[in-house]
Ligand binder design. Sequence first.
Ligand code: HEC
Ligand code: HEC
Ligand code: HEC
Ligand code: HEC
Length: 407
Amino acid sequence: MSGIIWGGLATCSGLSIRLAPASVSRYTSLSHPLMVLLAAVFLAFTAHAQSPPFQADSNRGARLFGELSCAKCHNVNGRGGNTAPDLGRLADRNFTPASIAATMWNHAPAMWSAMSARGVHAGDVDEQVAADLFAYFYSMRYFEKPGDAARGKRAFTDRGCAGCHGLTQEIHPGMPPVSRWENLNHPVALAQAMWNHSPGMLAATGSKRLAWPELSAQDLSDLLVYLRNLPSTRSQAAVFDVTAGENGVALYSSKGCAGCHQSATALANRIKGRTLTELAAEMWDHAPKIAAAGAAPVQFQPGEMRELLSYLWARQFFEDSGDAARGRRVFVSKHCADCHQNASAAAPKLTGGSQTFSGPSMVAALWRHGPAMLTSMRGSGVPWPRLSADDMSALIAYLNISNKEKR
Ligand code: HEC
Ligand code: HEC
Ligand code: HEC
Ligand code: HEC
């Protein structure tokens, strides 16, 4: 069982982020810290059953981005140089580790020319560094639809919240007004508070003969933006605590998910392509089903739902889903096989060995061996092969399968 932990805080060190109230008074400024909060999440994933665990940390990635000179040419959302593409944009294009590796691969020769023209020597990039950089790029883009306060205001009424919860005053005994809600710092935290209180809410729903108010991810984001920006809540500083100790795997079984969903892999396969906020909304939506099934209510400590959902989310995000058969065809048609399966070509064998490949490892290989490979290609008249994101993930799948028996 291997795991990669994406962790750390993108813009601050230590165990919590405190946002100045002024910086959260408008959603446009909130959206960035929110994304930072999500970046701070611990994301555990299994890339390959046999690969060693390593930690990918967006905070470290941010530092490396400067130290390795990337920032001399590139910026990320406006910070850094401007002679090369903004790497914050990468997260917009169906961001996956393989897609980043493919993009870098395609642009590498032009990037190397820019480096020699400007006399910049970028530092070494190994698999760990590449993973940290990916975590950083990822963290710099909030990957979900932004919320809208006017829609949130409507949802608060339409979804029935306003029937039980006042904004500043308790309108029904035992139903706390929004000004007393503790968790308005991000969608997963709100979902966690709602989940923890769902047995009480469910009971209140029953007595008022109301249907359980289902929420979409958009509803959740909208509600949050609306509620955060009320005069009565605006003074709440957003505090984000990183939990230590239990990880996603342990939470998955201790919170009873395994009882109904069996393996985390099975659940991860069902949630392919979903965002963290969508998962948070789904958690809320199925609280009554869990109660109906007679399962004992489980409570989440601060940070635990974030850790659990991040773990599930990241599993599907990073899982290699490339098509190995296609990868084999790419390997031949892009001429990789000409050199890498040809004993006389003086290129290392990539198949039938014991290496494990991933998005980060491909970037590291490109960084370390790419310039020599380019020279070798020029020598044999092979143009630099361009790879799509699908080509890259297919190649990774093919190389891993061909190496599997040796591990
Ligand atoms: C000397 C300037 C320079 C440095 C230093 C540099 N790059 Fe680049 N990079 C470029 C240029 C120029 C391009 C665009 C090449 C092209 O147009 O094909 C590029 C392209 C890229 C791309 C593809 C971007 C896209 O949106 O298409 C990635 C990813 C990338 N670089 C990552 C890095 C990382 C990570 C580092 C540091 C380890 C780094 N670069 C250091 C100049 C640089
Ligand atoms: C039928 C009444 C009812 C409805 C409808 C309802 N709630 Fe609640 N809610 C409650 C009760 C009762 C509690 C307190 C439960 C407890 O303490 O265990 C509660 C607690 C909460 C809490 C926890 C507050 C804290 O102490 O931090 C949040 C957050 C919350 N509700 C959000 C919502 C949202 C959002 C909606 C609309 C989608 C909603 N509720 C709809 C009755 C309701
Ligand atoms: C009592 C059984 C039960 C428990 C316990 C349970 N779930 Fe579920 N869960 C379900 C069912 C049934 C569905 C499918 C809901 C549907 O189809 O509408 C579901 C759906 C989901 C979904 C949406 C996936 C999809 O296919 O759309 C997620 C995410 C999820 N559960 C996460 C969790 C997590 C995390 C836990 C542990 C905290 C958990 N569940 C605990 C029964 C359970
Ligand atoms: C013209 C010959 C040639 C072609 C074509 C070629 N390579 Fe290479 N490749 C090399 C050489 C030579 C090296 C070793 C460079 C060095 O010594 O640093 C290398 C190194 C590598 C490495 C690093 C290996 C290691 O030891 O970690 C990887 C990964 C790689 N190539 C992948 C590919 C892929 C994928 C393709 C097809 C898209 C490809 N190569 C096409 C010649 C080639």
